[in-house]
Each structure stands twice: as C-alpha cells, then as structure tokens.
Design a protein around this ligand. Structure first.
Ligand code: G6P
Ligand code: MG
Length: 213
C-alpha cells in the first residue's frame, strides 16, 4: 500500500520550465549561439551545473570556460531566472496540483517534495504551498543529482516511509529514472515518449484528480 507521495516541483507543481528556458536561451544568445525549446527538454530535472555543461556543449563551447567563469555564467542565468520567480503568483500552480496533494493528505498519505532546484524555498513561498509538504528535500541538501536516487531516498527517510511504499510524480526522464532506482512507483506527468520508463504516464495532475473523483 502507498503511504507516501513525493512530488517534483518544476514541471509538476508549477511550470517554471518556461522561465528556465528563457533564462538559458538568453545566456546562449549572450555567448553567441541558439538554444531551442527541444534543447531545453534535456535540462528538465537536471541540476544547474549539469544544465550549463549541456548548454555549452550544444554551443560547442564546452572547453572555453574555467570553473570560476562557469560559476559566473550560472549566477547570471540565475539572476535572470529570479526576475521571473520573484513575480510568480499562486495562479501559476498547475491545475490539479493543490487538490491532489490535499486529497492525498485527507486519505492519510504523507506528502514530500523532492526537487533539484536551489530556488525551491523561494518558489514555495511565492506559491504559498510550503505547508502542504511533510518533508522537503531540495538542491541544497543533496550531493548527487537525478537520475541518482539520493533525493528520493532522502525524502522517504524524512517522511519515515519505506521507499517501496512511495509514489513519485515526475515530469523529467532523469527524475523517473531516479524514482525507479529508489524502488518507488513512478508516475510520469507529461508525454509518453519522453517518460518511457515510468510505471504509468498521465497528461496532468488535473486529469488524475478528475479520475479519482
Ligand atoms: C529542476 C529543473 C531543472 C533545473 C534544476 C535546478 O530540476 O527541472 O531545469 O535546472 O531544478 O534548478 P535551480 O533553480 O537550482 O537552478
Ligand atoms: Mg521537473
């Protein structure tokens, strides 16, 4: 029986992917190359550092910057990203997300948040949903990024629930992989071709909540 539900943040609870995309695109343009929406798929669920490495590779610039310069590039990208995040409102919570979490809680299921983002606390505050979660693990608390299962195992540990009794909601291939490696039931939120390894794929949390009713 499922005792815990663990949610990814970006792309599952709030559509921040478009803001990440705008900021990365701006950085690519600054460095003199294009960055498409298709390229952006590769950055979903991936850490900030790894995202930069992927982006630089796309531009053929993977060997051009020192570690210190890469830190600067990440800071620039994040400052652009934060311009959007500072304007986030509760209206941007994805349809069904809040309802699903509240429904699960009513049924006695513990809820967790597991996100690679280091901006998670700010996002949760802007959306006013911090209290919905019994445990939160964000990018500041982990040493290995998804697809490593560390983040989900840590979240289950905080919830005091056996990983096998947890279900994960994820929109990124790397996140699905991490959930499976953690021994959890993985629900892909999005399209089937990108989330092939998931146990089931749903279009949106809204679809799921309607089916539960
Ligand atoms: C999430 C997003 C990724 C992002 C990562 C780090 O996993 O899906 O696109 O790169 O968080 O986010 P941060 O807010 O720390 O830059
Ligand atoms: Mg995500």
């Amino acid at each position: 029986r499922i005792e815990g539900a663990i949610f990814d943040l970006d792309g599952v609870i709030v559509d921040t992917a478009k803001y990440h995309y705008s900021a990365w695109k701006k950085l690519a343009n600054m460095l003199g190359f294009e960055f498409t929406e298709k390229d952006n798929e590769k950055l979903k669920g991936v850490s900030r550092k790894e995202s930069l490495e992927i982006l630089l590779k796309i531009g053929g610039k993977e060997n051009e910057f020192s570690e210190a310069q890469k830190e600067e590039l990440m800071d620039i990208k994040n400052s652009w990203y934060l311009e959007y995040i500072n304007k986030l409102t509760e209206d941007e919570i994805l349809p069904g997300a809040k309802e699903l979490i509240l429904t699960l809680k009513e049924q006695g299921i513990k809820t967790g948040l597991a996100t690679a983002s280091k901006n998670a606390m700010l996002i949760l505050e802007r959306l006013n949903i911090k209290d919905l979660f019994d445990a939160i693990v964000d990018g500041t608390q982990i040493s290995r990024a998804k697809p490593d299962p560390e983040i989900f195992l840590k979240c289950a540990q905080k919830l005091k629930i056996d990983p096998q009794k947890c279900v994960v909601f994820e929109d990124a291939a790397a996140g699905i992989k991490a959930a499976k490696l953690a021994g959890m039931f993985a629900v892909g939120v999005g399209s089937c071709d990108m989330l092939g390894e998931a146990d089931i794929v749903i279009c949106s949390l809204d679809q799921l909540i309607k089916e539960l009713k």
